[in-house]
Write a protein that binds this ligand. Structure first.
Ligand code: MRU
Length: 350
């Protein structure tokens, strides 16, 4: 692959996935020509971030249809295979609702085709549409959200919400980028984001490339810098937002929100309406992914805890709506009361 790195690229009947586990050391691509490769990449976080997971899965269905075609499947056999592919992709990660949202869009495309030969072009068209919409949506969120960032602001962020977590541009990091591109002086405090260090490895890498000033901190430093008056606001992404505004995001986000409230700082969530799940009434109904304990007992493959140490590893936590100052969507900034505001934002975006 040549040119500027992209999270995902579909070319010559293959999906190329930028392997985020190898960043920042090297920008290498995984070539996926079957569903198992795409599902494996999502599971081990080679591609991660709610919108990017949805897009990878959408192209995963295209890759699956091409593989089925190569195997000579037709009619019902082809459709059963695609149903199995969608089930495999759905099983990869449970929290980001964008995965289920994107796969539902792909399933509808399969159902709408009468002729087998139309399936691949129709699926590819839909995946490309999702990709193009993702970038347009992120840029709109960038415009809405940049207004919330004062000139000279020090912003703390958690995990990675940039172009790597999406198709392009980013959500919370996209807003910060918009503010920077509009000429505002901003500085970003980057939480390292244990256990898998998406902040230390990926957000820093993106901010370097964008020329946005930043300082990397460990997850337990934000309170210290808030107390010193060196943080003005927090801006994070989300994996699923319940109908009442409770937001699931990378583990540690809740602690940051509590700290922000204690220090009377604004705490913003930035997410497209595809991350809003109106079928889930409140955050306690959101499934939280529990990952392997080795991700906690080891640091990049090196054991840091005694052998046989027990460890908990929830990948996400839920920030209650009352700690959130505003949710930036492509339809504008939603504020309290969140339930009616989210319904309206979703309605306006469909
Ligand atoms: O486990 P990850 O790296 O997929 O978690 C990602 C996050 O928590 C992001 O903040 C969220 O998906 C929003 S990305 C635009």
């Amino acid at each position: 692959m040549t040119g500027a790195p992209r999270t995902l690229a579909f070319r010559d009947d293959a999906l190329y996935i930028l392997d985020q586990t190898a960043l920042p050391a090297t920008a290498t691509y995984i070539e996926a020509r079957d569903v198992a490769t795409v599902a494996g990449a999502i599971r081990r976080l080679a591609v991660r971030g709610a919108p990017a997971i949805g897009l990878a899965a959408a192209y995963g269905v295209v890759v699956g249809a091409l593989a089925a075609q190569r195997a000579g499947l037709r009619g019902d056999a082809l459709r059963w295979q695609l149903e199995a592919d969608i089930a495999e992709l759905r099983s990869t990660r449970p929290t980001a609702v964008n995965l289920f949202w994107a796969l539902e869009r792909m399933r509808r495309v399969v159902d709408a085709q009468r002729d087998d030969t139309d399936i691949v072009p129709a699926l590819l068209g839909e995946a490309d549409r999702l990709m193009a919409d993702d970038e347009a949506t992120n840029r709109r969120m960038g415009e809405h959200g940049a207004a919330l960032i004062p000139d000279g602001a020090n912003i703390v962020t958690h995990c990675n919400t940039g172009m790597l977590a999406t198709g392009a541009f980013g959500t919370a990091l996209g807003v910060i980028r918009s503010a920077h591109e509009s000429g505002k002086q901003v500085h970003v405090w980057v939480d390292e984001t244990r256990p898998l260090l998406q902040g230390a490895r990926l957000t820093t890498w993106e901010l370097e490339g964008l020329g946005i000033p930043y300082t990397l901190i460990t997850d337990n430093m934000a309170g210290h810098f808030m107390k010193q008056g060196r943080i003005d606001l927090a801006m994070v992404g989300a994996d699923r937002i319940a109908a009442n505004g409770d937001a699931a995001n990378k583990i540690g986000t809740y602690s940051l929100a509590v700290l922000a409230r204690f220090h009377r700082l604004p705490f913003y969530v930035v997410a497209p309406t595809s991350t809003v799940d109106l079928d889930v009434p409140a955050g306690d109904s959101i499934t939280i992914e529990e990952r392997r304990p080795e991700e906690v007992t080891q640091l990049r493959g090196v054991r840091i805890a005694p052998e046989d140490s027990r460890a908990a590893n929830p990948a996400f936590d839920v920030t209650p709506a009352h700690l959130i100052s505003g949710i930036v969507t492509e339809a504008g900034v939603v504020r309290e009361p969140f339930p009616s505001g989210l319904v309206e934002a979703v309605r306006r975006s469909r």
